[in-house]
Design a protein around this ligand. Structure first.
Ligand code: GSH
Length: 214
């Protein structure tokens, strides 16, 4: 398999963790999101992923974008270890946590949104970073409440084995730290992140361990 990835991309980071947990070898195809205005925007990459976003997974004849779709594909084709619970209610809860991170928090702070704020709306650096921290704070605040108040939260977001939810949480916490967000109001999320970081699959997926890391 080939994974079009950028070391700091949190969506690619999710997929890297899934591949590592399942012990699946893959080749990284680096797509630099900043160099030359962003290689994701080049016609050659748009042929691979018309949305001009990473990650993209290539598995034989299949070329697939969208990290959550990729992870569910990997989970169905390589079921062990399972990244979704066996019961419908558990699966729904895990997906709800994952979607909170991937759909409600991450897109607001994506590179192209930040670029638009800066270059088109002429928002200064301080206000742009304020925007970033605001949406992290709102999103993680809700998630902290969801997880801290649930008996289904265990060592990880759902029980005591990593699921799709943890694959989305860890990259988001990485991003929050990178932008100096104050995480003191989210002790459950910080605790779960630490539990994940103890696992080799998560460590090996970290941005600084990628072949394209700078
Ligand atoms: N919903 C997509 C989001 C993908 C995405 O936003 N990727 C970011 C990196 S984390 C990207 O390629 N950004 C490039 C840009 O904003 O121009 C997924 O989960 O795969």
């Amino acid at each position: 398999m080939q994974l079009y990835s950028y070391f700091r991309s949190s969506a690619a980071y999710r997929v890297r963790i899934a591949l590592n947990l399942k012990g699946l070898p893959y080749e990284t195809v680096p797509v630099h999101l900043v160099k030359g205005g962003g290689q994701q925007l080049a016609p050659a990459y748009r042929q691979v992923n018309p949305n001009a976003l990473v990650p993209t997974l290539v598995d034989g004849d299949l070329t697939l974008g969208q990290s959550l779709a990729i992870i569910e594909y990997l989970d169905e084709t390589h079921p062990q270890p399972a990244l979704l619970p066996a019961d419908a209610a558990g699966r729904a809860r895990v997906r709800a946590i994952a979607l909170t991170l991937a759909c409600d928090i991450h897109p607001l702070n994506n590179l192209r949104v930040l670029k638009y704020l800066k270059h088109d709306l002429k928002v200064d650096e301080e206000a742009k970073n304020g925007w970033y921290r605001h949406w992290i704070d709102v999103g993680l605040g809700g998630l902290e409440q969801m997880l801290a108040g649930s008996p289904q939260t265990g060592r990880f977001c759902h029980g005591d084995t990593p699921t799709l939810a943890d694959l989305c949480l860890v990259p988001q916490i990485f991003n929050a730290r990178r932008f100096d967000c104050d995480l003191s109001a989210f002790p459950t999320l910080v605790r779960i992140d630490a539990a994940c970081q103890a696992l080799k699959a998560f460590q090996d997926a970290a941005p600084e361990r990628q072949p394209d890391a700078e």
